[in-house]
Design a protein around this ligand. Structure first.
Ligand SMILES: [Zn+2]
Ligand SMILES: [Zn+2]
Length: 253
């Protein structure tokens, strides 16, 4: 697969459990849908440093996977003005230049830290995450996001630690956010029981222990019957006992 910018072969690398196509010549990276939100700032720094030239070609750029013409995403709340993101309308992947990747991740981190510091809920996930469908990153989407379905939580240990659990969906996107009173790392286990045999997917929500947890997932078919469990781990690595699976009932916009 060739780099959209400089035409050199890209390498498939795994960072933070995500596969990324990276060009070691110009330093550009291609992320699958939503993956750009899941990598850490140090991963962004390392990817950005892995380059030989600073060339930026003025030619049309095409998706390394399906050759669709990449188009730039309009600046929006989650993308700093000076950052260019090129999106593939076919596979929803995103190509980004190395310096822009670092700027974007800094901006995301600073913003999330701000809300953590002030113990405020995020105004919307769109304010901090790059969602690859521009149409979805609209005001109307997050009007729907405000209609959170509050889950009544059984008093098991893990659930007792989870506060303000919000599950909502918009088309294919499942949004999960919650807080914990103490720092935990977290993952969600999603089981699709509408397929035979049932399909279980595990997704890291918060890799480093923190009090704020959020995830956007396109990994499950939201029209299916899905059960979920949230696993919390203490900073010591010790797991909080896993609560029983609950049926995922999400509010849509
Ligand atoms: Zn390149
Ligand atoms: Zn593509």
């Amino acid at each position: 697969m060739l780099c959209p910018n400089c035409g050199q072969p890209m390498q498939l690398v795994t960072r933070n459990n995500n596969s990324i196509l990276h060009c070691a010549n110009c330093g550009g990276s291609f992320f699958e849908e939503n993956t750009i939100n899941r990598i850490s700032i140090s991963t962004a720094d390392k990817l950005a440093e892995d380059k030989h030239t600073d060339e930026i070609s003025g030619k049309d750029k095409h998706c390394p996977k399906d050759h669709t013409l990449l188009t730039s995403i309009e600046p929006e709340e989650s993308i700093p003005q000076d950052v260019t993101l090129l999106k593939c309308s076919s596979c929803k992947g995103i190509f980004i230049y190395p310096d822009d990747l670092v700027r974007l991740k800094r901006a995301q981190t600073v913003k999330i830290d701000y809300f953590k510091l002030w113990s405020k809920p995020l105004p919307s996930l769109a304010s901090v995450l790059v969602l690859s469908l521009t149409a979805i990153v609209s005001v109307s989407l997050f009007a729907g996001y405000l209609l959170f379905q509050r889950q009544s939580l059984a008093p098991t240990q893990a659930e007792g630690a989870i506060q303000s659990l919000n599950l909502s969906k918009d088309q294919r996107y499942l949004f999960i956010s919650f807080r914990t009173s103490q720092d935990y790392s977290s993952e969600i286990i999603l089981t699709d029981t509408s397929v035979d045999p049932p399909l279980t997917i595990r997704k890291t929500i918060q890799e480093k222990p923190a009090k704020l947890h959020y995830l956007v997932s396109t990994d499950v078919n939201l029209s299916h019957k899905i059960y979920y469990q949230i696993r919390l781990s203490k900073p010591t690595g010790e797991d909080v006992p896993l609560p029983p699976p609950k049926e995922l009932s999400v509010s849509s916009k």
